[in-house]
Design a binder for this molecule. Structure first.
Ligand code: B12
Ligand code: SF4
Ligand code: SF4
Length: 310
């Protein structure tokens, strides 16, 4: 066995041991196909107020500009599909990814573990860990590395486990064996486009961030535009509709990461509990959660928006 293959096998085995769903590897190079798409998306203002998306255009498309001397992008998936969902079906909804502890911290620890392992087992390897934290096109790298295809809802998707997982990367200066992309299995399906209540999937594979419930409820600092009243289908933090309707998500399996388990109260809270939520309850239920991104005031804004929508 050649040395690159041996290193690749070691890394993939350790990734599985750390709890990642899968690991795929690509050569670190310029993302030629994605460049015009990203440019168009930005020019059409589909990032809305997410100004960070305008920054570091060149680095976002070329990992060798982000991590000097880098040779490989190691992409990793971590499942967050919960075993149980919110009990009160009339309660405002929270996206499944935000039930437990903030994934940025959970994944960073695992990535650090993988990088330490590489340095111990393979030698002097330089690299950096990324989880939604820097200008990296997570989905594009995962797709290149054969971890799934980018579906018409623009999420990375697999036939085996659907799309309810996070994507992260290690970008390293080590040459490895590279994977190949898998084929697109969306076929003639349009379930996600048809189900999106704000028509944010403006054409297959393109999401106008500016129209997405996830953007309004998490990213937007101002008031939610009144024109979207009645269209949120009761989502108060994020939105899972275009994934819930995806036929491949029938194959989602519950995660086994205890840190992603929700605070016990979260699943029990009723519509009334959410409408009357206090800052103390918010702090308790969302202690280490990504929901803290909206702050108490943001979540209240979202709940009030839903209340005045119906
Ligand atoms: C900005 C952002 C958002 C924005 C914009 C969404 C978007 N689609 O870009 C908002 C706030 C709306 C958002 C929402 C969500 N997000 Co988000 N988001 C990001 C972020 C930070 C950047 C994405 C990006 O670069 N967008 C720029 C545009 C240009 O890229 P794109 O939509 O991916 O476009 C590509 C494809 O459309 C493709 N394409 C275009 N045309 C065509 C044509 C063909 C034929 C093909 C094949 C491809 C293709 O090329 C483009 C460039 O690669 C990433 C993290 C990261 N650093 O990558 C997370 C990320 C994409 N988000 C994630 C998640 C989980 C979500 C939500 C599900 C959360 C929720 N439940 O509320 C929703 C899903 C909404 C949706 N349907 O996309 C995960 C996705 C995991 C997965 N399985 O794919 C990521 C990867 C975070 C992570 N590290 O895990 N998000
Ligand atoms: S997350 Fe919701 S609002 Fe955004 S594209 Fe998907 S279905 Fe539409
Ligand atoms: S719902 Fe259908 S079109 Fe949309 S991503 Fe899933 S398989 Fe593809």
């Amino acid at each position: 066995m050649n040395i690159k293959q041996k290193h690749t096998d070691l890394i993939k085995t350790e990734a599985t041991r750390l709890g990642f769903l899968s690991c795929g590897i690509s050569k670190a190079e310029f993302l030629e196909n994605e460049a015009p798409r990203l440019e168009k998306w930005l020019n059409n203002n589909m990032h809305g107020e997410m100004q960070y998306m305008e920054n570091h255009f060149d680095k976002r498309l070329d990992p060798t500009k982000l991590v000097e001397g880098s040779k490989s992008v190691i992409s990793l998936l971590l499942n967050y599909f919960p075993a149980q969902e919110q009990k009160d079906k009339t309660a405002p909804k929270i996206s499944k990814y935000a039930y437990g502890n903030d994934y940025h911290f959970v994944i960073k620890e695992k990535l650090k573990g993988l990088l330490d392992f590489i340095q111990e087992e393979i030698g002097e390897v330089h690299g950096r860990a990324f989880v939604d934290s820097a200008p990296v096109l997570d989905k594009a790298w995962a797709a290149r590395s054969g971890l799934g295809w980018i579906g018409k809802n623009s999420n990375l998707l697999t036939q085996q486990v659907g799309s309810f997982y996070f994507i992260a990367e290690l970008i390293v200066d080590l040459e490895l064996e590279y994977d190949s992309p898998v084929t697109d299995h969306c076929g003639s399906c349009t379930a996600c486009l048809d189900a999106c209540p704000t028509k944010a999937i403006v054409e297959p594979y393109v999401v106008d961030g500016n129209k997405c419930i996830s953007y309004f409820t998490i990213e937007l600092k101002d008031n939610i535009p009144a024109g979207f009243k009645g269209k949120f289908d009761n989502w108060m933090f994020g939105c899972d509709i275009c994934q819930d309707v995806c036929p491949w998500n029938r194959f989602s399996q519950p995660h086994r990461e205890p840190l992603f388990d929700p605070h016990p109260d979260l699943l029990e809270m009723t519509m009334k509990d959410w409408e009357e939520i206090t800052e103390d309850v918010f702090r308790k239920v969302f202690k280490n959660s990504a929901v803290k991104r909206t702050k108490f005031s943001g979540l209240k804004r979202n709940i009030n928006f839903l209340k005045t929508s119906s």
